[in-house]
Ligand binder design. Structure first.
Ligand code: ADP
Length: 251
């Protein structure tokens, strides 16, 4: 028994050490770019002679880079909660379709390069028992990746389907795709495909690990299929909420 305990602790420590060193290298890579951009643009803004149109452009960059930093910090906090097992979910009945449709529309409006479409076979619902904020985070991570890893544009298709017991949504892109050998590791913390495309695009390798944690925290599963240089397909399956129609319409 004693030996088992020691072995477990050592494994945990090695994992923590690995996470720590991954964290340090990710932080130095991923924090430096937005920080130096914010620093540079605020310095330019301090020069009172710049014209208004430039000011506007600089402010927009400062704003989006600050947002990037905030997202980064939130991702780190999420991973820390995952590690310590303190991630909690505020689950409530949730109509998935409008949430997914709105999120898709938001991305469609924010890109001129991509065609982003949404399709659902249900008029209303399906309903799930879920934490709305976490569902938004899941959808955002998948859509953000679909855009980010499709540098030459193309179509991104979001499809929602449901049967009696399950709800499924897919995000398909025509981007750079993922090598077959990388698929098994894709949902691991800090894992990033090691090629020049991914290095150029940048990221922490935390988004999909967080997606997996959220989906599993809702008793669902997340799957990936991809062909390099053709595109990727992410599938999220969640249990449909068990309820009578009257219970839903009362809400
Ligand atoms: P990040 O994008 O910050 O690196 P993620 O955890 O979201 O981290 O994704 C992990 C890795 O999976 C990415 O680095 C990338 O190599 C690959 N990946 C994720 N989504 C896609 C996609 N839609 N197309 C191609 N590669 C992807």
């Amino acid at each position: 028994k004693g030996t088992m305990l020691v072995l477990r602790d050592v494994t945990k420590e090695t994992e923590m050490d690995r996470l720590k060193s991954e964290l340090v290298s990710t932080v130095s890579h991923e924090l430096r770019t937005p920080l130096s951009s914010i620093y540079g643009f605020t310095e330019l803004m301090l020069n009172r002679d710049i014209d208004l149109s430039k000011q506007d452009r600089y402010l927009k960059t400062i704003h989006s880079e600050t947002e990037r930093l905030a997202n980064l910090v939130n991702d780190f906090l999420d991973v820390q909660r995952m590690e310590s097992g303190t991630q909690s979910y505020q689950k409530r009945p949730l109509d998935l379709r409008p949430l997914l449709e709105e999120t898709t529309q938001f991305y469609a409006a924010s890109t001129t390069k991509h065609t982003i479409t949404f399709r659902s076979f249900n008029e209303t619902g399906p309903w799930i028992e879920a934490d709305e904020e976490k569902m938004k985070q899941l959808m955002n991570n998948l859509l953000n990746n679909a855009v980010k890893y499709s540098p030459s544009g193309g179509t991104i298709e979001v499809v929602l389907t449901a049967d009696q017991h399950h709800v499924q949504f897919t995000v398909r892109d025509e981007g750079i795709g993922i090598p077959k050998t990388a698929l098994a590791k894709l949902f691991e913390k800090f894992y990033r495909v090691d090629n020049s495309d991914s290095r150029k695009i940048g990221g922490t390798g935390l988004g999909l690990a967080i997606c997996k944690e959220i989906v599993e925290g809702h008793d669902g599963e997340i799957l990936v299929d991809s062909v390099e240089r053709k595109g990727s397909l992410f599938t999220v399956k969640l249990p449909q909420m068990v309820t009578s129609h009257s219970a839903v319409s009362e809400m």
